[in-house]
Design a protein around this ligand. Sequence first.
Ligand code: SF4
Ligand code: SF4
Length: 356
Amino acid sequence: MAERVTDIGPPKYDKFLPPVIKDNYGKWKYHEILEPGVLMHVAESGAKIFSVRGGSGRLVTTDFIKDVCDLADKFCDGYLRFTSRNNVEFLLTDNSKIAGVKAGMKKLGIPIGATGHSVSNIVHTQGWVHCHTPAIDASGIVKAVMDDLFEYFGSHKLPAQVRIALACCLNMCGAVHCSDIAILGIHRTAPKVNHERLRHLCEIPTTIASCPTGAIRPHPDKNIKSVVINEPRCMYCGNCYTMCPALPVFDAEKGGVALLVGGKVSNSKTPPMFSKLAVPYLPNNPPLWPETVKAIRKILTKYAEGANKWERVGEWVERIGWEKFFEVCDIPFTFQHIDDYRWAYDTYRTSMHFKF
Ligand code: SF4
Ligand code: SF4
């Protein structure tokens, strides 16, 4: 402990700002998207900064970081940043160098785009690379979906921006609850109780308290320090496994993907919205998850055809009605779509207004 350095916080943010941003901090007048992936910000002083945005896999090697740093050294005086959707942005004041940055990005295999009415990077989670509670993988599905939707990354041909997010379990690390299209890992089987391990590994009261439906009870045999699960009450959230390693819930055959749609965080035109269930289950089908890819393309295509300019997916669905959304996207409406959790009543239709 003698040499220990602690509680120093992150380095102060302005240490890394390009001089033009430092000089014009808080004094920006307007910005323009010059072309997909290229932005120009103009300050009150007339100073300009250009940013060239490109996709990243998020899960990247130190070699990748070194390559983008070299590119920033060559054209941007060493300045770059990462966006809140994990895109990389090269920052430069000399617009004659934009072509060089773009050529360098192309050489590194970094696609240019993610501005305006595009499909930007997919905010995603750890999946089978690093977490112990996932029902699906993250990086694999993201790669498969972005390959399929690649044409929308470097173009502005959608009615509005479409935010796609993925979480590999319903802890929902990230943005699935508030995205235009969300890919969510779900289990469809109850956890298996390992009584022998449970008594050594788990705190029983917190395990019981972790269940949102009250499906877990102490073992009826007082001599067995464990729990039992009332399976008809379990909806396979996996929360108890997060608390207790003796309740594994992953099932390679039964777990899979649910798709949600219509969430957004912005207050533009309409208030923020939660995403809602669209497709209850699609199989885990690595490495390319074709069913998931196909279903997302269908939703995106129908949205692109049917939405008005500036209308987000959720706004489009609310305007046409959910019954119409299921019809145009050819998604069967099932009992799983009907909310049955605590405040479900507010989600039912209490009106005669609907479309046949
Ligand atoms: S969403 Fe769930 S499985 Fe994925 S990283 Fe978060 S906790 Fe782990
Ligand atoms: S998986 Fe969820 S619903 Fe099922 S017993 Fe565990 S905490 Fe309860």
